[in-house]
Design a binder for this molecule. Structure first.
Ligand SMILES: Nc1ncnc2c1ncn2[C@@H]1O[C@H](COP(=O)(O)OP(=O)(O)OP(=O)(O)O)[C@@H](O)[C@H]1O
Ligand SMILES: O=C(O)C1=C[C@@H](O)[C@@H](O)[C@H](O)C1
Ligand SMILES: [Mg+2]
Length: 175
């Protein structure tokens, strides 16, 4: 079993990566990073603007560069962008350097959580439910393929999600 010093969170938009990631980092005394925020900080613009000017492809290239940088750090909790696992290079880096947790969440819950937010360009469509269902179907196998642990964030409070992840992370570090 691997003994990772980092926790990397993967999962769809609104699954809770930022929320859970911050709490995990606090509990473990680790630094928290968010690949979306790192991209925004380095470009000085928000994600919808990057999509507008560079398209999804431009965004994915930036995301890959940021993940390459962040996976060099040791002792961090990293919330990855919802689509980071699309690129094989990212999946390999995440698997290699961290304990990867897939935050699973139903489409219904995600729609509810993201209903008032317009910061997610892929959901700015006439039919966000259909879009999410497609993304879920396409990405679920990829999330699972690189995850060391998965947990459903739609059925329990974030505190309990954090408690379960901490238990698994500590167990893999002991074995
Ligand atoms: N376990 C949970 N139970 C209830 N609500 C939650 C839970 N986890 C997160 N939320 C809520 O869901 C919303 C989305 O969570 P968050 O922003 O952490 O998702 P995310 O995975 O980082 O999304 P993105 O990929 O778009 O950055 C927030 O309003 C948060 O408070
Ligand atoms: O699911 C996705 O592809 C995305 C999720 C967000 O975290 C951002 O990375 C961006 O909006 C794209
Ligand atoms: Mg987030």
């Amino acid at each position: 079993m691997k003994q990772a010093k980092n926790i990397y969170l993967v999962g769809l938009m609104g699954a809770g990566k930022t929320t859970i990631g911050r709490q995990l980092a606090k509990a473990l005394g680790l630094h928290f990073y968010d690949s979306d925020k790192a991209i925004e900080d380095s470009t000085g613009v928000n994600i919808p603007t990057i999509f507008e000017y560079e398209g999804e492809e431009g965004f994915r290239l930036r995301e890959m560069a940021v993940i390459e940088q962040l996976t060099r750090l040791e002792g961090i909790v990293l919330a990855t962008g919802g689509g980071a696992i699309i690129r094989e290079q990212n999946r390999i880096a995440l698997q290699q350097y961290g304990f990867v947790v897939y935050l699973q969440c139903s489409v219904d819950k995600i729609l509810h959580r993201t209903r008032r937010d317009n910061q997610r360009p892929l959901l700015n469509t006439d039919n966000p439910r259909a879009r999410l269902e497609t993304l879920y179907a396409e990405r679920e196998p990829l999330y699972l393929s690189c995850a060391d642990y998965k947990i459903d964030t739609g059925i329990m409070p974030s505190k309990l999600v954090v408690k379960n992840i901490l238990k698994e992370f500590k167990a893999q570090n002991r074995s």
